[in-house]
Structure formats: structure tokens, C-alpha cells
Design a protein around this ligand. Structure first.
Ligand SMILES: NC(=O)c1ccc[n+]([C@@H]2O[C@H](COP(=O)([O-])OP(=O)(O)OC[C@H]3O[C@@H](n4cnc5c(N)ncnc54)[C@H](O)[C@@H]3O)[C@@H](O)[C@H]2O)c1
Ligand SMILES: O=C(O)CC[C@@H](O)C(=O)O
Length: 635
């Protein structure tokens, strides 16, 4: 019995909106009509005729005739068009250029577009002119396009069918890949074994409905057919679940990468997330969603979690690490916004603005200086001198405050800020205390009744860090008793899941208390910064294995990409794993071009660049290396 692999299928590929992202004639119109007073109207008319011809609502021959008649194009416009089309090749087609160069003999470009612009574009991919079947223009002596060769079958309805019949492809299956109705008709006529609706550039419902398969990218087509591809896994199979409304830029970046995107505007509770997480590769959250051990157990395909915020205390970071799931946050994208809010709160409380404003709303005119003071010269005590605390220090000094700070870690002292040795010392000395510690569990009730009692009478307290840092009933009592002069609180031990839920706290209704719904980082600037920073880190990790700035995986800063295949291996940190990986590579005669390893107490992360075509045996053997947590082949 023969075990020879079946021959590669013939690939019949459409050009406009499939091989390239655009319609050649539409682009030609755009070029030829440059400076024409009626350009917008004529281009729109041509585009409408293109669409009509593609989705089957206008007969193809009529669509073509009317479009060419509208075109005041000349031969030299074609040179410009070709240069433009080279830059508009569909991304997944360009990504798999090596597939085309290797298998050009199996590829036919069958298009109702024009040979004059198709041939030079596909030649770059090794596809010879004889395998391009397309229309041709007619020119007058002055080089104006005056029509097309009407004897060419492709200028007529059913032209692609006629061409395929003439081609008489034999000896292997025939697969058609295209975005238009005329591509489907080849399959309908029984001249192809499968029709793939290619939707990377346009999706036409009438075409998708009739397709055997949908190929959102050429990678997907290759993957489905087990054909050699540049990526190891099609990006369109990567599912992203985005919760809690990050800025729209995040969705844009993930979509541009070709990922499938689902969004849920509010947060999800644990049960809901357990239901939704199966099959998700990237989870995007903000501060509300809890990524617990149960969630991770149900997460069968999770590669990365993006915290679209600074805090990561809502995520089981060690659980993620042990599962080989990388977590990224935006450690300083909203820092400035929190600092500005804190400054606004300090001044508002010092001038008792919450009370004054409330009285005015009730019609009460209370013009008095009672309890109001300038912040100049006052002592600001910053607890937690990290990114936010230290930036606030600079801004507070700029408005004339004296800054003292306490941090459990040794921190660079900025400006004239003075470090104090203990929290108690800070609490006793400061006129205003502002909390900027991280949300680690040890910080639960860092500020309780004892600490509040240490604060000066009339002092102010700000909490813009995390809700569990302050014992809220104790704070309410300190305010009610008049010991504290006011407070601003942005974060709470329990925060409503959505804007529809009623907010409850002992602090409601107390005098000179500013309550805000966790908006420290909620500015247009911060949200936009975060929505770029986090997806860029995740995409860098997925595409290149870059873990720089991951909050839980060992950080590897990669050198510039080499001409290599990249293998990504996350394993339990026990002796001998690296040696086993290298033994597998040596046994399969795979040469290592570069290798980068970093470990922490739980896991090891190793990136290996190798220089030969890998085969499935090596991959399987690497997957089976003892103590492997996750293994991926990047390209
Ligand atoms: N309100 C909001 O919308 C908002 C926005 C952004 C950040 N945050 C929160 O603000 C906090 C600070 O953020 P950051 O970016 O400055 O973090 P950071 O990690 O840069 O700084 C935190 C600092 O706190 C110190 N620290 C931790 N525990 C301490 C303790 N018990 N006593 C003294 N120092 C302690 C750390 O050593 C570190 O220097 C975080 O909790 C973050 O989640 C809130
Ligand atoms: O916007 C959020 O959900 C959280 C903001 C803030 O607490 C952070 O950790 O960055």
C-alpha cells in the first residue's frame, strides 16, 4: 500500500479583495480622477458597481462595462496603480509568501480584474504570467484606456466557469478562494471541490452563506488543509474576551491583529467568568473582575491576561504563572491621572468644598472661612512612595507643600521630600495623609482605628489605592466623631459590578467626605494609554514570546528577531529541563541559533531559536519533555 502524501490541491485564487485588500479598478479610478471636480461621485459610482457585480445583484458584464466607461484612465496610471497594489497585498497572503514561492505551480489567479495590474503584483510571489487568467484593457494611440477585450471570457457573465473548464485541472482537488459571487459560481458549476469565502478584507453575506468554509485569513485556509504555513496557529483562532469597557483602542488593536473579539461591558462574577472562559486565549479585565483558581481551572486555552489598569491584586498571579499564563498590566499609564485627582481632593477637602457645594445646591449661602485652609506649607504624608506616591510628591512640592513619606521598600527621595521611619511617625506628623500602597493582601486594614487615632485632630485622609487598605467603619467613626476633618475615598472593599447597582457604604452622607466611583485612572488620556500599552505587550508576547514587563512570568528581553523558528517553553523550575529540551533538539539534529532562559522560584521560561524546518516529531518530543507547562511554536 502506498503511503505517499496526496498531491497539493490546485488553488484558484481571486485577485481583487482577496489576493489584495482592495479592488484594482476602484483604486485606478481614485488615481485617474485625482484633481477631477467630480472625483468623489464617480469613484462612489464605480465602487457601487463593483459591489453589485461581486454580490451578484448586477450582472458581472454590465458592472464591468459601466465601470470601465466611467474611468478616464491612462497607461501611466497603471504604473502608479501597480506600485500601490504591491503595498496592498492581503496581510495573510504576504505573511505566507514562502508558501506561494514554494508551490507557485499549483496556484492560479483567476480574476475578472485586469492582467495589466495583476501580473506584476503576483509575480513578486513567484506566480508566473501563464497562471494568471484575467481581462485586458484596450488603449488608443495616446495611451488612454478606451475599453477591454470583449472576446475574453472573463469579461462576460459566467466567465470564471468558462476559464476553469478550459484549464481542465486534473490529478488533484481544486479549491477556490475568493470574496465574490463569481468565485462561488466555479464550485456551483462543479469545477471545484471546495469554495472558501475569503473574508479578511470584505465579507459578503450572500457569498459566505454559500461557501463550504469561511477563511478569515489565508493562514486559516492553510491550517484547515494542513498545508505549510508561516505561523504555527492562525491568529483568527485566537479568541479575546474583553470585560469592563477598556477604551475602544484596545479592541481596534486586537482586531487589527486578526483576533476574534468578544466584549462584555460590565464585569463578570466568578460563575459567569467560569462559563465564558473556555476557549479564550486572551482575557482583558480591569480592577473588578476576579481571576481566581476556579476561573483558571476552566481556562483551557488561556495564554495571557491583560489587566487594563495598574492593580493586579484581583488576579491569582501565581496560579496564572503555574499554568503558564502571562499577565500584563499598565504600570504607569494612569499614574498622572491619579496624582491629579489626589491634588484636586487635597485642595477640595482643605476648602471644605464638598459641604459648601452641597449647601449651595440646597439653597444655603454659607460664606465663612471656618475649617478652610491653604495647602501651602502643610505637611503631606504619602504612604507608599511608588510610581503614584513619588509623582504626587513632586507635584505637591510644586504647590508649596512639605512632603514626608513612608515606604516599606527603600525608595529614591525626590526633591525635598523627607523619608520617615515608620507609618506611625507619618500619621502623627502629617496634616494630610494620602495612601498609595499596592493591593497586596498584607495591606488589609493598614489604616484601622488605631492608625486613625494617631492622626492629628482635623487631619485629612485620602485613599485612592485599594479599598481593603482602610477599615471603612473605623474611618466613618473617626469622621463622625470629628477627629478627622475630612476624607476622599475612591476605592472600596466592595465595588458595584455595574453602574446599575446601588452603592452602599458607611461613609455616605458624612460631612466633608468626597466619594468617587473608582475613577482615579478614568481620564481619556489614561484610558487611551492603557488601551495601547496592554495589547501591545500581549501581542508582543504572542508573536515573539517577549515577556518584558509581564508581572508574573520571568522577564526576557529579546534580541532583534533572527531568521529562525522560535520555540517557547514554560516549565516547572526543576533541575534538568533545559538539558532535556536541548537533548531533544540534538537528537533531531536541530541547530540552536539562540537560547534565552530565565527562571523564578516556580517556573522556567526558555525561548529557543532554531535554524531548520522543524517537523512534527521534534514538536511532539518537546511537548513531552517532563515538567512542561506550556509549549508553543511561534513561526
Ligand atoms: N484609584 C484608582 O483608580 C487607581 C489608579 C491607579 C492605581 N491605583 C492603585 O494605587 C496604588 C499605587 O499604585 P502605584 O502605581 O504607585 O504602585 P507601585 O507599586 O508603584 O507603588 C506602591 C508602593 O507601595 C509600597 N508599599 C506597599 N505596601 C506598603 C506598606 N504597607 N507601607 C508602605 N509602603 C508600602 C511599595 O513598596 C511601593 O513602593 C495601587 O494600589 C494601585 O492599584 C488606583
Ligand atoms: O480602571 C480601573 O478599573 C482600575 C483603575 C486603578 O485602580 C488601577 O489599578 O489602575
Amino acid at each position: 500500500m502506498s503511503t505517499a502524501a496526496p498531491p497539493l490541491p490546485y488553488l484558484v485564487i481571486d485577485f481583487d479583495s482577496t489576493f489584495t485588500q482592495v479592488e484594482g479598478l476602484d483604486e485606478l479610478a481614485d488615481i485617474a480622477l485625482r484633481g477631477h471636480p467630480d472625483r468623489a461621485r464617480i469613484v462612489a459610482e464605480i465602487k457601487a458597481l463593483t459591489d453589485g457585480g461581486m454580490d451578484g445583484s448586477v450582472s458581472f458584464s454590465e458592472s464591468l462595462r459601466r465601470r470601465v466607461a466611467l474611468l478616464p484612465a491612462r497607461r501611466e496610471h497603471l504604473t502608479e496603480l501597480v506600485a500601490h497594489l504591491h503595498t496592498k497585498v492581503s496581510e495573510s497572503i504576504r505573511r505566507n509568501a514562502s508558501f506561494f514561492r514554494q508551490h507557485a505551480d499549483r496556484v492560479y489567479i483567476v480574476s475578472s480584474g485586469f492582467r495589466e495590474f495583476i501580473e506584476p503584483v503576483v509575480a513578486e510571489f513567484g506566480i508566473p504570467a501563464r497562471q494568471v487568467l484575467a481581462n485586458t484593457f484596450r488603449f488608443d494611440d495616446a495611451g488612454n484606456i478606451i475599453g477591454f477585450d470583449e472576446t475574453n471570457p472573463l469579461s462576460r457573465d459566467g466567465g470564471k466557469i468558462e476559464q476553469l473548464r478550459e484549464l481542465g485541472l486534473e490529478g488533484a482537488e481544486v479549491f477556490v478562494l475568493g470574496d465574490g459571487y463569481t468565485d462561488y459560481q466555479i464550485r456551483e458549476a462543479g469545477l471545484a471541490d471546495r469554495f472558501y469565502a475569503f473574508t479578511e478584507n470584505v465579507t459578503r453575506e450572500a457569498v459566505v452563506d454559500r461557501a463550504d468554509e469561511v477563511a478569515p485569513t489565508f493562514d486559516e485556509f492553510l491550517y484547515q488543509n494542513k498545508l505549510p504555513m508561516t505561523l504555527s496557529y492562525p491568529k483568527n483562532r485566537i479568541r479575546v474576551l474583553l470585560l469592563e469597557n477598556p477604551d475602544a483602542r484596545a479592541a481596534e488593536l486586537f482586531k487589527a491583529e486578526g483576533y476574534q473579539l468578544e466584549t462584555v461591558p460590565g464585569g463578570l462574577d466568578e460563575d459567569e467568568l467560569v462559563q465564558r472562559i473556555e476557549g479564550v486565549s486572551i482575557l482583558g479585565i480591569r480592577s473588578k473582575t476576579q481571576v481566581t483558581a476556579r476561573v483558571l481551572e476552566a481556562a483551557n486555552r488561556l495564554i495571557a491576561v491583560g489587566a487594563f489598569c495598574i492593580g493586579t491584586n484581583q488576579i491569582d498571579l501565581v496560579g496564572c504563572m503555574k499554568k503558564g499564563v502571562a499577565v500584563f498590566n499598565a504600570p504607569f499609564s494612569n499614574t498622572r491621572s491619579v496624582v491629579e485627582l489626589a491634588l484636586a481632593e487635597i485642595i477640595s477637602l482643605a476648602r471644605r468644598l464638598p459641604e459648601k457645594s452641597e449647601k449651595m445646591h440646597r439653597g444655603e449661602w454659607d460664606k465663612s472661612a471656618r475649617g478652610a485652609f491653604e495647602i501651602r506649607g502643610k505637611k503631606l504624608g504619602i504612604v507608599g512612595y511608588g510610581n503614584i506616591g513619588s509623582q504626587l510628591s513632586v507635584v505637591a512640592e510644586a504647590v508649596g507643600m512639605q512632603v514626608l513619606y513612608f515606604d516599606i521598600a527603600e525608595k529614591l527621595q525626590l526633591g525635598n521630600a523627607r523619608k520617615v521611619r515608620t507609618l506611625d511617625e507619618l500619621l502623627q506628623e502629617a496634616d494630610i495623609v494620602t495612601l498609595h500602597v499596592d493591593g497586596r493582601p498584607d495591606n488589609q486594614n493598614l489604616i484601622g482605628a488605631r492608625e486613625l487615632a494617631l492622626m492629628k485632630p482635623g487631619a485629612l485622609l485620602l485613599n485612592n489605592s485599594r479599598g481593603h487598605i482602610v477599615d471603612v467603619p473605623a474611618l466613618a467613626e473617626a469622621l463622625r466623631s470629628g477627629h478627622l476633618g475630612g476624607a476622599a475615598v475612591d476605592v472600596f472593599p466592595y465595588e458595584p459590578k455595574s453602574n446599575d447597582e446601588v452603592f452602599e457604604t458607611e461613609l455616605r452622607g458624612l460631612p466633608n467626605v468626597l466619594l468617587t466611583p473608582h475613577i482615579g485612572g478614568s481620564t481619556a488620556e489614561a484610558q487611551r494609554n492603557i488601551a495601547e500599552f496592554v495589547p501591545e505587550r500581549i501581542i508582543g508576547y504572542i508573536n515573539a514570546g517577549n515577556t518584558q514587563q509581564s508581572v508574573n512570568l520571568p522577564n526576557i528581553q529579546l534580541p532583534a528577531q533572527q531568521q529562525a523558528h522560535r520555540l517557547i517553553h514554560i516549565h516547572q523550575n526543576v533541575p534538568g529541563v533545559l538539558a532535556r529540551i536541548n537533548n531533544v533538539l540534538a537528537a533531531h539534529q536541530v541547530n540552536i541559533l539562540g537560547q534565552y532562559l530565565k527562571t523564578n522560584e516556580h517556573i522556567g521560561y526558555v525561548i529557543t531559536d532554531v535554524n531548520r524546518e522543524y517537523d512534527q516529531d521534534v514538536i511532539q518530543a518537546l511537548r513531552e519533555v517532563e515538567h512542561t507547562i506550556k509549549f508553543r511554536v511561534l513561526y
